[in-house]
Write a protein that binds this ligand. Structure first.
Ligand SMILES: NC(=O)c1ccc[n+]([C@@H]2O[C@H](COP(=O)([O-])OP(=O)(O)OC[C@H]3O[C@@H](n4cnc5c(N)ncnc54)[C@H](O)[C@@H]3O)[C@@H](O)[C@H]2O)c1
Length: 306
């Protein structure tokens, strides 16, 4: 499998590193607009190959899409990240132009590619990628819910004082501080509802900390996080590579599912060789339905800025 990662910054490089360490891809091509940057990141990562025991070949190029030809998967991380105090939505004026141009370049050289969009505001950038490329809707996936769900499980594990591997849970809705919906009602510890262990106040705390998970890290780091985002993207790329049909909440173009149309929003999706193999419709209660509608309305407002 050949994977292109556009943007060799914090998230792009972390994603390339996890892909290589998991050793499932033959080739990763890093692309950046900054002269020599992707080449440098690729060389640095390749010098870890003998230490970390991987055979994936990582190369870097400056804005040369001919080197990305025939990629199976392309990840778009190019664009600016937020600074403390900023919302993801504030990035749209810079990132929309970058994502559109990158998406067009990618499909010129890899017409059969599956695109994973990471750049923020991610749901709107995923929508833009659909409009700019016209690719079938199964071949464009927004990464947000996989990360938000990992952050949800981290907070649940902290509250439960147990390993995160004991916890299951998912976050749907928009990838924004106000739009995401951590589904505490459905979260479990080894199949036991978390409400058996945590009271409503504790669950509310977990929910709120999950929603501001990105903002908390941006405040601590001075820029947005990269390890968990990189790991989340690499897990999705691995699911495509292995056709594993693993379920990740992902930003998918909806055509009536969850009562929404012509919008990309986070819903549980089965990921495999064809990208989005299936959108899973789960029964939401009235409060969750209401939140999903509000989240969709907010994403539509951001889409209108395009
Ligand atoms: N969806 C998510 O869950 C999630 C999580 C974390 C970060 N993000 C987003 O991912 C994006 C990248 O974040 P980061 O921390 O890696 O930023 P970064 O600044 O470290 O890296 C971005 C890279 O993109 C490059 N770039 C800019 N324009 C380009 C172009 N036209 N072509 C190729 N490369 C170009 C820059 O030179 C830079 O190296 C941001 O928009 C951030 O908000 C999303």
């Amino acid at each position: 499998m050949k994977v292109t990662v556009v943007g060799a910054g914090a998230v792009g490089a972390s994603c390339a590193e996890y892909i290589a360490i998991k050793n499932f891809a033959a080739e990763v091509v890093l692309v950046d607009i900054k002269e020599g940057f992707a080449e440098g990141k690729a060389m640095d990562l390749m010098q870890t190959a003998s230490l970390n025991g991987f055979d994936t070949k990582i190369t870097g190029v400056t804005n040369d899409y001919s080197k990305t030809a025939d990629s199976d998967v392309a990840v778009i991380t190019s664009g600016i990240p937020r600074k403390p105090g900023m919302t993801r939505e504030e990035l749209i004026s810079t990132n929309a132009g970058i994502v559109k141009q990158v998406a067009e370049n990618l499909i010129k050289h890899s017409p059969n590619v599956i695109v994973i969009v990471v750049s923020n505001p991610m749901d709107t950038m995923t929508y833009l990628t659909h409009k700019a490329t016209g690719l079938p809707k199964n071949r464009i996936i927004g990464m947000g819910g996989a990360l938000d769900s990992a952050r949800f499980k981290y907070r649940l594990a902290e509250a439960l004082d147990c390993p995160a591997s004991d916890v299951d849970g998912l976050v749907i809705g928009g990838h924004s501080d106000t739009g995401m919906i951590p589904l505490t009602r459905l979260a479990t510890r080894n199949s036991v509802p978390v409400s058996s262990f945590l009271n409503s106040e504790q669950l509310e705390y977990v929910k709120e900390e999950t929603k501001v998970g990105g903002a908390t890290l941006t405040k601590l780091l001075g820029t947005s996080a990269w390890y968990a985002p990189g790991a989340a993207v690499s897990a999705m790329v691995q699911a495509i590579a292995g056709d594993s049909k693993k379920m990740f909440p992902s930003s998918c173009m909806l055509s009536g599912e969850y009562g929404q149309k012509d919008i990309c929003l986070g819903v549980p999706a089965i990921i495999g060789r064809n990208g989005i193999e299936k959108i899973v419709e789960i029964a939401l209660d009235d409060a969750e339905k209401q939140k999903f509608t509000e989240s969709a309305d907010a994403v539509r407002k951001t889409n209108d800025l395009l």
